[in-house]
Design a protein around this ligand. Structure first.
Ligand code: NAP
Length: 308
């Protein structure tokens, strides 16, 4: 870090849960002067031994530094902490780096509120567990006004080596976080069904887990390719036509029925692929599945809207 005349730069961290305490520690270890505040003050004790300064109130913590990193349970907690008369009066001229998980709408509302208090606001989403923070490949998604991002970048880079700036629309970091979580939970559901296939065939589940880890970079590259197909809107089969997946998913369902294991996941997946087949996408690239998802959303929300 750059320090002028050996005076450490100041950062405040509000929220000392598993993640917030990790963020504070990383900053202390890089020589920052870190002021901390947590609703339950006892959680600061170890950090104070490591060099943190404990503020007696959130307002005092905000006053102590130009940067205020917030990492609490949710936006409701954020509001309870920042939206008191004393805290608000300390916010003018500060840069809030919000690393609490939230929705795009919550980020939009908080940015407007922060501006009203005279504060800059960067919204971030952490794509890592506490023990993975501060590494060269730790991803933190950020969005917000360029001026706020530029000011915060140095602090953010201590927390994660791969700061991914998604631009000025403040909701983008939360939106991309949710998109990644959607992918993660979708994959996790498939994983647990796969674990049941392994169990029912007496294959050790940890062998399956190891295979999943080996296969993950390949599927990641494949899905990246499919995202480019969607972007170009050219669904000519080029790598994997939908008909192959229609058969594969029917086989997963059939095997679950034959083995007497839970069929919920393959029934859901087969339902989507059957819709793609019925819509005539069978011979198109797998990415054409997006048209089924677009249609479902339209059917539910926009009567007579643009379909696939
Ligand atoms: P945590 O260990 O459960 O800590 C929650 C923090 O929020 C504590 O500091 C808690 O204070 C505070 N808090 C909760 N309700 C509050 C309220 N009403 N008023 C004031 N403070 C309140 O959670 P965490 O793991 O640190 O996660 C913090 C954020 O990081 C979450 O938004 C989470 O989604 C995000 N995140 C976490 C991970 C992870 O793996 N842990 C990964 C990515 C993102 P007390 O100590 O007083 O209860």
């Amino acid at each position: 870090m750059s320090q002028s005349k050996n005076i450490p730069e100041k950062v405040t961290v509000i929220g000392l849960g598993l993640m917030g305490a990790t963020l504070a520690r990383l900053l202390i270890n890089q020589g920052y002067s870190v002021t901390v505040w947590n609703r339950t003050a006892e959680k600061s004790e170890q950090l104070v031994r490591e060099g943190a300064i404990l503020a007696s109130s959130a307002a005092e913590a905000i006053s102590a530094s130009p940067f205020v990193v917030v990492c609490v349970y949710d936006y409701k907690a954020t509001n309870e902490i920042l939206n008191s008369e004393e805290a608000v009066s300390a916010l003018n001229g500060k840069t809030i780096i919000q690393l609490t998980t939230g929705s795009p709408q919550e980020a939009r509302e908080t940015e407007i509120w922060a501006r009203e208090q005279g504060a800059d606001y960067v919204d971030g989403a952490i794509l890592a567990a506490p023990n993975q923070m501060g590494k060269p490949d730790t991803i933190i998604l950020v969005s917000g006004a360029e001026k706020a991002f530029q000011k915060s970048e140095k602090v953010l880079k201590i927390l994660g080596g791969k700061i991914t700036n998604l631009g000025g629309e403040i909701g983008s970091a939360s939106a991309m976080d949710l998109a990644i979580l959607s992918y993660t939970y979708g994959a996790a559901l498939g994983f647990f069904h796969g674990a049941r296939i392994s169990e029912s065939e007496n294959i050790p589940v940890d062998s399956f887990g190891a295979l999943v880890a080996d296969f993950s970079p390949t599927i990641g590259e494949f899905l990246k390719y499919e995202s480019n197909v969607i972007r170009k809107e050219d669904y000519t089969a080029s790598e994997s036509p939908i008909r192959i997946s229609v058969e594969a998913v029917e086989r997963i369902l059939q095997t679950a029925q034959e083995s007497g294991i839970n069929t919920e996941f393959p029934i859901f997946a087969a339902g989507i692929f059957r819709q793609a087949k019925a819509a005539g996408y069978e011979n198109e690239e797998l990415a054409a599945l997006i048209k089924v998802f677009r249609r479902q959303a339209n059917a539910e929300t926009v009567k007579g809207g643009k379909n696939a």
